[in-house]
Design a protein around this ligand. Structure first.
Ligand code: B3K
Ligand code: ZN
Length: 882
């Protein structure tokens, strides 16, 4: 495919479909060799469609059996059928029933879109455009229909038959076959359709809603995983309760099922009443899952469940509005986790993710607005920008209008748009109405790509007792958007006095200043605070109140002061992070010039004091110890990047922390072992304690002392949970401990039969920062535990290598780029969506130093030149090179 020839779909061209489909009746017959689907669609002209207007249905790789209208088979000359679409030239003027028979081969469907087989289980993935791989359809989110699904299969091969909605009938058929009928009363777009047929184990439970209805819950997994469902079930029930309490949203069907499958392109899918999950986000027990796996399960279960209202009951008019459901639902799952765990720790974690995933996207060739205005391949727009920046926009709305108006706006949204396929304008209008604040200027956040930079300068006038903050914002140019207008930026702030407490002031002018929020609306503001008793230390963008890059030339002493005293935990962490970043950027520069990086002893003192402070949450202390990563430093440097110099600076700082804080870190470790493990609990407190100890060990080992590595090896063998075991393994491998190779073998011997744990084994090896890694990764592609057919395995090995091993991916000889390009070319034949994701690891290629830049560019051109490249990969490569 030559991608230049693919016409983009444009938001400006949106118009409703000519026809509506009120009901869909599907009969699916599963057989080992093939699956037949008989779809009967009740079609009707929409108002304004002239009688006889041609009907164009979407298709993708469809093998058609027959077409009938109102029960009469159509002669072939009355329609045009191709794998990618069906055209009825002159359909009946009155409502009619169109019956389509299609024949599918799910086992051959390696794209994992539409109906496919995962480890013997038939399952579906229809978002964004997979339903058209099952039958011809108006496959767009604004066509809502009521679905009834009848499935029949061999009872032995597929004792479990699940669909959306409620099960209304089931029974036996001759020849060992059986059937089930599912009906979903809620009209929905095709992307929310799902079915599952297979031999699965289940755990059942019930949930009683606030209004007293009992909902049957089921979580289905492959046999052998029955013992790993409890945590997911608990997370589901907590999510259901939380949505009632926080948003007044109750569940609306008699059953809610979750199915975990092992081959899945992304995390999970919110199909109505039948969520289908990547098993990584369901299965857990302490022996196989880490604390971050548990947190991931809790967050994704909540996210998909919350979609029942934000996504399903209110869906999107078109795919440009994707952030309407995704940004909002990410915001809701973030809030859920904050309520379940620690709010500041969750906020820091989310901001780290935003910076590591969204900022590079926003600052590179793939930058796009949270609501894009054109796309060639919609599946490439399930991005950090749509999801994470989309969530930041909702958070800013809340900060701007306040908690109460935000809640009223949400209520209004649910009330007014229930059952609709809505737009971002519909959503924002509810908040403008609820708060009586016009939000037209705020809409820019949806339209303008790029991360705003906010430069800040401060002056204190002791005689006049005034304190001035001068703000200047610029939004960098991004593809297709050379010039930008100023954005509405809420700056949550405090003026911290010398006693560490927030100071009061008498008045503020120069911008809208409300309580603890300054609202910037212009390119420049000078905000003057009157009656300020002493020069304050400014604490700005508390809680990261806007997704921007603040630039304030703070004295290091101001930052260490905030590290110690800021009442806002996020900014305590941010102060440490900013100080470390300044040192790391200068350090990388020094290394390139042949000098040694300089470490600020004041930073080490403040860090030591914080980490030694037993009154602070261990999870927070662990985050304080996590200095910015190599990719973060590269992003900050921005151009002429040399990953090796960055890695050296990074290593030097971590070794300095390990050496200076040895006593404190050793105490952290010994206190924890004195306290003993106790029974494993995957809660925030337990996870925080483990995170702190593992961060301490990691830094102690950065000094390279052999006793530390020996202690880590003992810990590896005696660990009672996967968090500690894999943390130890990673230290051993990444620090080239003498026992590393043997530890890897012992790990595989113990867990080789648990695929999700094999992923950890693959990732630890793929992220080792040494020159032998590439050969090892290549060898692992032929290991019996690895398969390119499985997206989790592929991401664990190749994705980790490309995204989390900056020096080896960007080897100066280009072999890392070359390997990833080869993999993409190979994988594109089987699974274009997964391949396209991997190509995005090249998105920052222009910021490398010239030699690596040329090598990365050549690798990209090699992918682009592959004949028959998928639209998914072609689109990413084309935009990356543009
Ligand atoms: N809505 C799905 C993502 C679908 C991705 C399609 N390529 C999962 C989620 O965001 O909840
Ligand atoms: Zn989602």
């Amino acid at each position: 495919m030559r991608l230049e020839t693919v016409e983009p779909v444009r938001l400006a061209d949106y118009r409703p479909s000519d026809y509506a489909i009120d009901t869909v009746d599907l009969a699916v017959a599963f057989h080992e060799a093939e699956t037949t689907v008989t779809a009967t669609l009740a079609l009707r002209r929409r108002d304004g469609t002239p009688p006889g207007a041609a009907l164009l249905l979407d298709g993708d790789d469809i093998t058609l059996g027959s077409v009938a209208i109102d029960g009469k088979v159509l002669p072939p000359e009355t329609y045009t059928a191709a794998p990618e679409g069906l055209i009825l030239q002159s359909p009946p003027a009155d409502p009619f029933r169109l019956t389509l028979v299609t024949v599918l081969d799910p086992a051959a469907n390696t794209k994992l879109m539409g109906l496919y087989r995962s480890n013997g289980v038939w399952c579906t993935q229809c978002e964004a455009d997979g339903f058209r791989r099952i039958t011809y359809f108006l496959d767009r989110p604004d066509v809502l229909s009521v679905y009834t699904l009848r499935m029949e299969a061999d009872r032995a091969a597929a004792p479990v038959l699940l669909g959306n909605g409620n099960r209304v009938e089931a029974g036996d058929l001759p020849d060992g076959r059986h059937f089930a009928v599912w009906h979903d009363p809620w009209p929905k777009p095709a992307y929310l359709f799902a079915l599952v047929a297979g031999d699965l184990a289940a755990k059942r439970d019930t949930f009683v809603t606030a209004s007293g209805r009992t909902v049957e819950l089921g979580i289905y997994v492959e046999h052998g995983n029955e013992g790993r469902i409890d945590y997911a079930m608990d997370a589901l029930k907590r999510s259901m309760r939380w949505d009632e309490e926080a948003y007044g949203r109750e569940y609306d069907l008699d059953v809610f099922n979750i199915v975990a499958v092992s081959d899945f392109n992304m995390g999970a899918m919110e199909n109505k009443g039948l969520n289908i999950f990547n098993d990584k986000y369901v299965l857990a027990d302490p022996d196989v899952a880490t604390d971050s796996d548990y947190a991931g399960i809790e967050g994704v279960i909540a996210h998909e469940y919350f979609h029942n209202w934000t996504g399903n009951r209110i869906t999107c008019r078109d795919w440009f509005q994707l952030c309407l459901k995704e940004g909002l639902t990410v915001f809701r799952d973030q809030e859920f986790t904050s309520d379940m765990r620690s709010r500041p720790v969750k906020r820091i974690a989310d901001v780290r993710t935003l910076r590591s995933h969204q900022f590079p996207e926003d600052g590179g060739p793939l930058a796009h607005p949270v609501r894009p205005d054109a796309y060639k391949e919609i599946n490439n727009f399930y991005t950090a920008t749509v999801y994470e920046k989309g969530a930041e926009i909702v958070r800013m709305l809340k900060t701007l209008i306040g908690d109460d108006a935000f809640r009223r706006g949400m209520d209004l949204y649910f009330d007014r748009h229930d059952g609709d396929a809505a737009t971002v304008e519909d959503f924002v209008a509810c908040f403008a109405e609820a708060s009586a604040r016009p939000l037209d200027d705020f809409m820019l956040w949806y339209r303008q790509a790029g991360t705003p930079v906010v430069e800040i300068a401060e002056t204190y006038d002791a005689d006049a007792r005034t304190y001035r903050l001068a703000f200047r914002q610029t939004v960098p140019p991004t593809p297709g958007q050379p010039r930008k207008a100023p954005m509405v930026i809420p700056v949550r702030f405090g003026l911290v006095g010398s006693n560490g407490a927030d100071m009061t002031y008498q008045a503020a002018e120069g911008a809208e200043v409300r309580d603890d929020v300054i609202v910037l609306t212009e390119a420049r503001h000078e905000v003057v605070f009157h009656g300020v008793a002493e020069r304050p230390v400014p604490s700005l963008f508390r809680g990261f109140s806007a997704p921007v890059k603040p630039q304030l030339q703070s004295a290091p002493s101001d930052l260490t002061f905030l590290m110690r005293h800021d009442s806002d935990s996020f900014n305590r962490w941010q102060a440490a992070s900013s100080l470390a970043m300044t040192m790391l950027v200068a350090g990388a520069e020094a290394v390139r010039g042949g000098a040694t990086p300089r470490i600020d002893p004041g930073f080490l003192d403040a860090l030591d004091e914080t980490v030694a402070n037993p009154s602070l949450d261990p999870a927070f202390r662990a985050l304080m110890l996590a200095v910015p990563g190599e990719n973060d430093i590269a992003r900050e440097i921005g151009e002429n990047v040399d990953p090796d110099a960055i890695a050296t600076a990074h290593r030097t700082l971590r070794a300095a922390i390990g050496a200076r804080m040895e006593t404190t870190l050793a105490h952290v470790v010994s206190d924890a072992s004195a306290a003993g493990d106790g029974p494993f609990r995957p809660d925030a407190a337990g996870a925080g304690r483990r995170a702190l100890v593992n961060a301490a060990l990691d830094l102690l080992s950065a000094t390279g002392r052999i006793e530390v590595l020996e202690a880590v090896e003992r810990r590896f063998d005696s660990a009672t949970n996967m968090t500690d075991r894999v943390a130890a393994l990673s230290i051993l491998v990444h620090r080239h401990a003498p026992g590393a190779a043997a530890a890897l073998d012992r790990f595989h011997a113990r867990y080789g039969h648990v695929p999700l744990v094999v992923d950890k084994w693959l990732a630890v090896q793929a992220t080792a920062p040494d020159t032998g890694t590439l050969d090892r990764v290549k060898a692992l592609t032929t290991h019996p535990s690895f398969s390119f057919r499985n997206p989790n395995r592929t991401r664990a090995l190749v994705g980790s290598f490309a995204n989390l091993n900056p020096t080896q991916f960007a080897r100066p000889d280009g072999a890392g780029f070359g390997f990833v390009a080869d993999t993409v070319i190979l994988l594109d034949e089987k699974n274009p969506q997964v391949a396209a994701r991997i190509v995005t690891s090249f998105r920052s290629w222009r910021s490398y130093e010239p030699r690596r830049r040329a090598l990365a560019e050549a690798a990209l051109h090699r992918i682009a030149a592959k004949p028959g490249l998928s639209r998914d990969v072609g689109d990413i490569v084309e935009r990356t090179l543009a």
